[in-house]
Design a protein around this ligand. Structure first.
Ligand SMILES: NC(=O)c1ccc[n+]([C@@H]2O[C@H](COP(=O)([O-])OP(=O)(O)OC[C@H]3O[C@@H](n4cnc5c(N)ncnc54)[C@H](OP(=O)(O)O)[C@@H]3O)[C@@H](O)[C@H]2O)c1
Length: 221
């Protein structure tokens, strides 16, 4: 399977690329900084340089050729303001989904967020001075999830709880609704691999640490 991961140098993205390559898949990471190519090569992955906030649609399409699945694991990050919640977390995910449709990539997995808010107007252009940046982020994630689901793609929206860098346990709770808790990025990456290998689509799932072994949790969907 050829899998393209947006946010290829991110904390989840790089873990995911490593796991995919180790499992014998063709792993391709989208990075915005060409200096990150070496880290991806060390992970066993190819790199394509695409900035999802400034690239035009044809450049994004060019990076997706021949892919069996695309994973959106990019994000504006905790230090960014309202504008990038919209340009990256919402519009970057949608740009990538449109490019996937246009290049015939059948499947799209989006790393969303527990608490993503789908109730807001998806075209909202928030006030740059809105002090509640986290609420803007959750509305941007919710709008992206709804827009991606409306595309002609096999979609999984994965909504982890608070991410940690602790070692993965290999055990999770994965279901449409779970109680809020933390989850190691290691386990998020492993769940993404299991979802990709199962060919899962048509799910919106929350994810936190739990008692169920990852392959069993995914098999049970
Ligand atoms: N933090 C949490 O507790 C939490 C909880 C639930 C969900 N999430 C979501 O989980 C996802 C991944 O988290 P993470 O910890 O792996 O994030 P991360 O380490 O911050 O990685 C985000 C990646 O996105 C890339 N990126 C930023 N702007 C970009 C652009 N314009 N074009 C292309 N790539 C761009 C970054 O590139 P550079 O490497 O060049 O900076 C980085 O590699 C995000 O969508 C986040 O919103 C987070």
């Amino acid at each position: 399977m050829r899998v393209v991961v947006a946010g290829g140098h991110g904390k989840i993205g790089l873990r995911l690329l490593r796991l995919l390559a180790a499992a014998g898949h063709e792993a391709v990471g989208l990075v915005r900084n060409p200096d990150h190519r070496d880290d991806l090569a060390a992970a066993g992955a190819e790199a394509a340089v695409v900035d999802l906030e400034s690239a035009d649609a044809s450049a994004v399409r060019g990076a997706l050729g021949g892919a069996d699945a695309v994973v959106f694991a990019a994000g504006s990050g905790p230090g960014s303001g309202v504008a990038r919640k919209v340009s990256m977390d919402r519009d970057g995910a949608i740009l990538l989904a449109d490019a996937a449709v246009q290049t015939g990539v059948p499947r799209y997995l989006v790393v969303s967020s527990m608490g993503a808010d789908e109730s807001a107007d998806p075209a909202e252009q928030p006030d740059e001075d809105d002090p509640d940046v986290f609420a803007v982020y959750q509305r941007a994630k919710g709008a992206a999830d709804a827009a991606v689901r409306a595309r002609d793609l096999g979609v999984v929206v994965l909504r982890p709880g608070r991410l940690t860098d602790e070692a993965g346990t290999g055990r999770v709770q994965l279901a449409p609704v779970v109680a809020r808790a933390d989850v190691p990025r290691d386990d998020v990456a492993a769940v993404l691999v299991a979802l990709l290998e199962k060919g899962a689509s048509g799910h919106t799932l929350e994810l936190v640490s739990g008692e169920t072994e990852i392959t069993a949790a995914v098999r049970a969907l």
